[in-house]
Design a protein around this ligand. Sequence first.
Ligand code: BES
Ligand code: MN
Ligand code: ZN
Length: 506
Amino acid sequence: MEINVKIGELGKIKADAILLGIFEGVKKLQGDLADADKMLGGEISKLIQQGETKGKLSEVTVIHSLNKLPADKVAIVGLGKTQELTPDKIRIAIAETFNNLRKKGVRSIATTTLGAGVSGITVQTSVQTITEGAILGSYSFQKYITGGSEKNDIEQLIIVSQNKTAKTAIQHRINESKIMAEAVNLARDMVNEPSNYMTPTDMAAEAKKIAKEYGLLIEVLEREQMKKLGMGALLGVAQGSKHPPKFIVLKYKGRNSGTIDIALVGKGITFDSGGISLKPSENMGDMKSDMAGGASVIAAISAIARFNPEINVMSIVAATENLPSGTALKPADIVTAMNGKTIEIENTDAEGRLTLADAICYAKKQGAKRIVDVATLTGACVTALGEITTGAFTNNQALLDKVTAASSETGDKIWQMPMFEEYKAQYKSDVADMKNTGGRKGGAITAALFIGEFVENTPWVHLDIAGTAFPDKPKGYYAKGATGIPTRTLIRLVLSLAKTKRKNEN
Ligand code: BES
Ligand code: MN
Ligand code: ZN
């Protein structure tokens, strides 16, 4: 989607549709809305009086301009109550409007800096949320529908401002927000692929393509190299599968030092059948999304490269399938992770923590100063927090506070869960250093503590996205299928850790 700023008046712009915002309960029209109403001979006032347009969040009214304006259509989107407006609500309203107008054949839309000046929302924030809402809301995965792709896309968005001096700053923010939203859609594309088109080999190929495009360093370790490094936990998961595992390492170097300031580690199970501890067949197909954490760290580092901040970042994905076969890992087997710790397999469906254990050992061996891991790790986290909120765990409150701050800017919702030592007793093994499950109770917590055994003292945040990565229902700026969460939060986090501050921040 091409997105540009134009200085002028919205009513005079030629586009398939102009888009105006309206707040709930507004009686007297002002600004662009009043201007458009005048040009349309009081048509908008009439709709409000008749109660058709109420201004409720995401309510869309579309009227034909009947040649009274250069644009063919006038769309009015509800922004809810004035005092309750948040940046995320603008994102949601824009996304739903774009999805609506896209289906009506609209290809170009002009709008203003909606919501700016209300509830502390700046012009820059408005521009950011409009851009993100437009790109995220227009997303659909139609690759495998014959003749389905790109039939319905909005090609152009013009953000109209009357402030000449702000033009460059607005265009700059549009470009930044585009990078953020495009990264999310990249992650969604990878996750929505079925597992026969997103094998570990395909995932490594995608990472290579991205590395080439954005100038990242890439290394893909093969099974033999994993063996040499002693990645017995990861290899245990991979041994049941015909498709070979791939250990994908992407590096972004933004400052002159060998130090890895932060490692982003993503779970990369391209299909999780459960292995010998086979999952029930109902909804098993959703487990093509078990590499969503991996997709998010690959997408995030691609965007980080485009921002070019002064920081060194490494993204790591231990990609493998989890399948049952004659060579598969079995309950009661014992594997040894890269750091020498032994793990008794109680349930082969608790495979994510095994692959993450070795990925984290690798990050530590590379000298990572901080680690954030992202994983569709536990059904227990879905039970605890549903599909709205990502579970967050940490051994370093300051780092988690930074993640939370980043997420409040992006609208990704996260909530901290406890990591009390007492839970560790649940995964004690009689025959090895630990077992890979901690029972039903507090399952998201014992999984996090298990990963923590490999992190040790490195500042670390674990994000369990089992509920938020691939929800059942579409919502706001997320169509059905993959959400790409928490890609934008990871990008924001890294930018906030980098020395150079963003320009045009206000
Ligand atoms: N990938 C699943 C977790 C999951 C469940 C993600 C639902 C998304 C939606 C993970 O590998 C898994 O199977 N976890 C088990 C762990 C259990 C065996 C200790 C679970 O949560 O049931
Ligand atoms: Mn599993
Ligand atoms: Zn899994």
